[in-house]
Write a protein that binds this ligand. Structure first.
Ligand code: ADP
Ligand code: MG
Length: 305
């Protein structure tokens, strides 16, 4: 339809498996051209949500509109708009990479004259040109993931969904996969499910935080970080936590929150101005001090605890 800025609209999605509520009344709007991260621990409901958007699963209740089209009423249309890289892509092992892409191109109705150039372009994009005529069962996990990405892109869908695309990959290969995703930014509307917070922070325009089937919040990484924590996290390790005057620390103007874990104090500050004075309260009990900017990981841990 292409009339509004919203590309995907999730309205009150609920899904249970037996007694497990995998998704609980989930609402989220995804804008055209944005890369949104969905973060959450294992079991949060990310894959279930994705499978509903891709029409692999039906929700118990609720609606998903993909560019205005309903997953209930216009399934063929919504499916054609989405390229999906599953958590465990099921590639046909005995196919050569090129033949697999050809098979899916025909399945998705890519015009005949476009198929070969499209495959060449995609193989180039995912850096698999040299292995194009080798069988998939000879590929490493990273290579399979690249072929999976090419397959998801074969019909040039406006929406791409990646479910844990870097899970189980070595750091260098994971980085390569992230760089492909980065290359596609802006051009496509993308959803990236991940339990690697740093990956979401690095790549995504906006992040939705899920926990046990519930959407806790969504916003830019900066928004989420500013909401949960101050600007600085001040960590102090002491040799006698019980003797520290905690109220005195809490009373500093810049202190927004304080967590004590064993002999470690994690203090969220909205400025660095009083760090020296706060350090004085710990006096000679200090073993080590450090400061850091909050990360999305801090946000997540804070939100789900
Ligand atoms: N096909 C299924 N049958 C039964 N339970 C399921 C099924 N799929 C998912 N679940 C359950 O739903 C919850 C959410 O799972 P999932 O969506 O896979 O989470 P995530 O992708 O965030 O790790 C989990 O408790 C999981 O065990
Ligand atoms: Mg999953």
């Amino acid at each position: 339809m292409g009339l509004t800025d919203t590309m995907i609209e999730l309205d009150s999605i609920t899904k249970s498996f037996g007694g497990i509520k995998a998704l609980n009344n989930l609402k989220l709007e995804i804008s055209r051209g944005e890369l949104i991260g969905i973060i959450g621990s294992n079991g949060a409901g990310k894959t279930t949500l994705i499978r509903i958007i891709c029409c692999i699963l039906r929700p118990d209740s609720g609606e998903v509109l993909v560019d205005g089209y309903s997953i209930h009423k216009d399934q063929i249309k919504t499916k054609s708009m989405i390229g999906y890289l599953p958590e465990e892509p099921n590639l046909y092992e005995r196919f050569k990479a090129r033949d697999l892409l050809k098979y899916f191109a025909e399945l998705y109705g890519v015009p005949k004259q476009d198929i070969d150039p499209r495959i060449d372009e995609l193989l180039e994009l995912v850096d698999m040109t040299e292995r194009a005529d080798d069988k998939i069962n000879t590929f490493s996990k990273g290579m399979r993931q690249r072929v999976g990405i090419a397959r998801a892109l074969i019909h040039d869908p406006p929406i791409l969904i990646f479910d844990e695309p870097t899970m189980g990959l070595d750091p260098a290969t994971a980085n390569t996969i992230r760089s492909f995703i980065r290359k596609l930014k802006g051009d496509k509307t993308m959803i990236l499910c991940t339990h690697y917070m740093q990956e979401a922070e690095e790549l995504c325009d906006r992040v939705a935080v899920m926990n046990r089937g519930t959407l806790l919040d969504a916003g830019t990484p900066d928004y989420l970080k500013s909401k949960v924590h101050g600007d600085v996290i001040f960590n102090v390790i002491v040799n006698d936590p019980s003797s520290v005057d905690k109220n005195k620390i809490r009373n500093f103007k810049s202190v927004e929150a304080m967590d004590i874990v064993g002999d470690e104090f994690h203090i969220s500050l909205n400025s660095r101005a009083e760090i020296a004075s706060i350090t004085d309260v710990f006096a000679d009990k200090v073993l080590s001090i450090s400061t850091k900017e909050p990360t999305l990981e801090d946000v997540f841990i804070n939100m789900v605890k």
